[in-house]
Design a protein around this ligand. Structure first.
Ligand SMILES: *Cc1c(COP(=O)(O)O)cnc(C)c1O
Length: 470
């Protein structure tokens, strides 16, 4: 591609993106594609000869775009958001154009130094103490895996990587039954084994892991000759937003010399607002904390902020340092690839810099406060609607509900009616022994009027449309 074409198509792509965002509202949120439809439309063999960009672009619009679920839609209320604020998209154009590998300081000093500074900004924005250092990981899953490996190596006196686990004591890690599946997978991959992830029942009322249960489990394991290695707390769990009492987990864990990792992948963004910080009281005592600016905050995927109290521990766990990767003659420089599992690293700090400077913390706080308030408005309206049962109360902007008296099959049918309609997109979750429909507000593009649309789409889907209109 020559420079002229590169410019033409770059500009075309950028203006396509602008139109896409502007017209999102008119589209069904979830793709209406049938399984296999797009796969079958793509030829089975790669082309031997190149073709015109115009044709590729046309086919992108005709074939790919209709098969997308619109995560930037103002009424994307499913899962958790994956916001890409326009300013962050602009930063990503630049990152993509430079396409640098940012594994070492010398492979792009600006990327490393901006990352250090951005993680300090975020740490301060969240009210975390200065004793935390940060690194940008690709995902919360990776951050949790890194934290679990750190727990493992520390518990094995730094011998696990070298000697393997065959003759190691049986390590144990503790958490509540509300944690995300990425915790389970980190335990598998770290070689600790699902059976050694001790999932303790969260208190059904508070959603928190009872500290007495944690204490009892650790003591029982010690008596059985096992080796406790760490505790994982959650703040804003995926299903219904459950939060552990981090302070009490830290107290129990540290009394047994165990590390604590806190998964606040979604809820962490809200901690830029001081009034929400009670949800993770005691977090300053944790050893590792992860949250995803690529969820609620608006930094486009991927961008996971990982704070560590003692990065030496992490580097001791993950650094390899073969000769060809050593950076000679520079003291005090950071090579972030030693803080994470993949070697190659994208330049992820630039979009944070653009995002935080363009919106300012006040702008981002206002967005999050709006979402929490609007979710509360919808919750109150649904709670006051006969025939609707609130299943779990709002945690920040997340709550769950169903039609009162609905069986599981009914609830699934209601949810698909809501999603087929296309005005909004919701997902389900299991709460205790039943199914509930989950709502979270978090789209960067959302406004107050989207709550009215959500309310009527929900009533229609639940088969309560008439009563709701009265
Ligand atoms: C989204 C989420 C994760 C996983 O995040 P990735 O960045 O996709 O790995 C983990 N924990 C919680 C609580 C989440 O909400």
């Amino acid at each position: 591609m020559d420079a002229q074409d590169f410019e033409t198509w770059s500009q075309r792509a950028a203006s396509w993106g602008v139109t896409y965002r502007e017209t999102l509202e008119a589209r069904p949120v979830r793709a209406r594609t049938k399984p296999g439809e797009i796969y079958r439309a793509i030829p089975p063999n790669p082309p031997e000869t190149g073709c015109e960009m115009a044709q590729i672009f046309d086919e992108f619009e005709a074939l790919i775009e209709p098969g997308m679920t619109h995560w930037q839609h103002p009424r994307f209320f499913a899962y958790f958001p994956s916001n890409a604020a326009p300013v962050s998209v602009v930063a990503e154009y630049l990152v993509t154009a430079m396409a640098a590998q940012c594994m070492l300081w010398q492979t792009s000093p600006a990327a490393t130094e901006l990352e250090t500074r951005m993680m300090e900004w975020l740490r301060d924005a969240l009210g975390l103490p200065e004793t935390f250092s940060g690194v940008i990981q690709d995902s919360a899953s990776s951050a949790t895996l890194a934290a679990v490996l750190m727990m493992r190596e520390r518990a094995l006196n730094w011998q696990g990587n070298r000697a393997g686990l065959s003759h190691a004591p049986r390590l144990r890690i503790y958490c509540s039954d509300q944690v995300h599946s990425s915790i389970d997978r980190a335990i598998w991959i770290a070689g600790i084994g699902q059976e050694n992830l001790v999932k303790l029942a969260a208190d059904p009322k508070s959603g928190a892991l009872p500290p007495e249960a944690l204490e009892a489990a650790i003591r029982a394991d010690l008596a059985a000759g096992y080796q406790p290695a760490g505790v994982i707390g959650c703040v804003g769990a995926t299903s219904t937003g459950a939060c552990d009492d981090i302070g009490s987990l830290v107290a129990v864990a540290h009394a047994h010399d165990l590390l604590v990792h806190v998964d606040a992948a979604w809820a962490g963004s809200a901690m830029i607002c001081p009034e929400f910080r009670a949800l993770w009281d005691g977090v300053e005592g944790a050893d590792s904390v992860v949250f995803n600016p690529h969820k609620w905050l608006g930094a486009s995927f991927d961008c996971s902020a990982h704070f560590i109290r003692d990065p030496e521990m992490l580097v001791r766990t993950l650094a390899i340092q073969p000769e060809y990767l050593k950076t000679h003659g520079q003291d005090g420089i950071v090579n972030y690839s030693e803080w994470s599992i993949p070697l190659g690293r994208r330049f992820r700090a630039l979009k944070l810099w653009f995002l935080l400077r363009f919106h300012g913390l006040e702008g981002l706080r206002a967005m999050i406060r709006d979402h929490v308030r609007w979710a509360g408005v919808l919750h109150d309206r649904l709670a006051a609607t006969p025939g609707v049962e609130i299943v779990t109360a709002p945690v920040l902007s997340l709550f769950s509900f169903r039609r009162a008296g609905a069986s599981e099959e009914d609830t699934i049918a209601h949810l698909s009616a809501i999603n087929e309609d296309g005005r909004i997109y919701l997902t389900q979750t299991r709460v205790g022994s039943g199914l509930a429909i989950r709502f979270q507000a978090g789209s960067f593009a959302m406004s107050a009027s989207d709550i009215d649309i959500a309310y009527s789409a929900i009533l229609d889907g639940l088969g309560l449309g008439q009563e709701g209109a009265s």
